[in-house]
Design a protein around this ligand. Sequence first.
Ligand SMILES: Cc1ncc(COP(=O)(O)O)c(C=O)c1O
Length: 393
Amino acid sequence: MSHEHLSQALRRIAASGTTAMTDRATALREAGRDIISLSVGEPDFDTPPHVLGAAQVALNSGQTKYTPVTGTLRLKQAAALHFRRDLGIECRPEDVIVTAGGKQAIFEAIAATVSEGDEVVVPNPWWVSYPQMVRFAGGKVVPLITQPHQGFRFDPGDLEALITSRTSWLLLNSPGNPTGAVFPLDLLRGIGEVLRRHPHVMVLSDDIYAPLNYTGGAHATLAAGCPDLADRVLTVSGVSKSHAMTGFRIGVATGPAWLIEAMGRLQSNASGNPCSISQAAAVAAFEGPQAFLDDWREVFRRRRDLVVKAIRAIPGLATPVPDGAFYCFVDAAALMQRFDHDDTKLALHLLEHGVAVVAASAFGGKDGFRVSFAADERVLTEAMGRIAAALKQ
Ligand SMILES: Cc1ncc(COP(=O)(O)O)c(C=O)c1O
């Protein structure tokens, strides 16, 4: 099989930059090196026992066959509860699609709606897969550049300046990966005002990190904050990050009926139903106890404070305080001359000193790196010590 067999669509995309770094760290570890991985995007907590129990019951009671393509009614009911209770979005079970991870929902929405030349506004730095998905569909990525001193948020006016007659989507991700940016309700309302002037623009709100918000305020999301716009918002959520269930591969999304139908049409031909056992586990995640999420959030908040303090103490590094998710997006511009202004070289240098991080350029940024603080405080302290030693002049 050689290159000429690849489709035009595939030639437009690359493999995920975060996965590449994780693979490299794994290879070094297998070769006997002591590597701390701060490159992964998943909580280090164990999946809660009641979720594992529900998966076991499903397995032992023979729930091992096809389910409806877009998910079981039980899980759609549980997901509708989640959208109403946790995100404040009006939602009925029939408004929900269940997918193999939040990633599949986002991919399907873009693949089902974006045509050659359509423009998709993506706040930058961005989650690695957004631009790839847009390019795969033939769309044009329109970066909405955000700055650390603004907490990686943008002004509604900056968005409006980028909207054209070809704009099909705005992608919003709050709390955000890789920056930890959180969009408060008043800012979402300002964005809503812009959107009302441009009725052809849809919004994909990726709320997969919703419970991981350290501002003390309630999670805000566009479909709840501007209910009159809800018929053009697709809200994506799931259990991967919130309930430490990344391996189960369950995502959920809610939005206008025509879009949910279109995504289901694609799913019915591409993958079929998400795993039956995982769906049963996700019902337990949404309907079971939620109080432990407060404890997890508190643990993450302490880790965040530890990492921000340690990074700021290293000469040449800077970072804003991330308000959510479990990432710190570190600015190393002052040190980049040493690394020929190539942040992949910087990330490889840190890997040589025993810490795996992901270069900012993997997220469309530059001159820095992302660290995940989904590791315990002892490990994080050791990792920060290694980074400090690696960057000592
Ligand atoms: C911003 C963002 N959206 C979506 C996803 C996809 O999550 P899932 O594992 O449920 O597919 C991730 C995972 O890294 C993410 O960081």
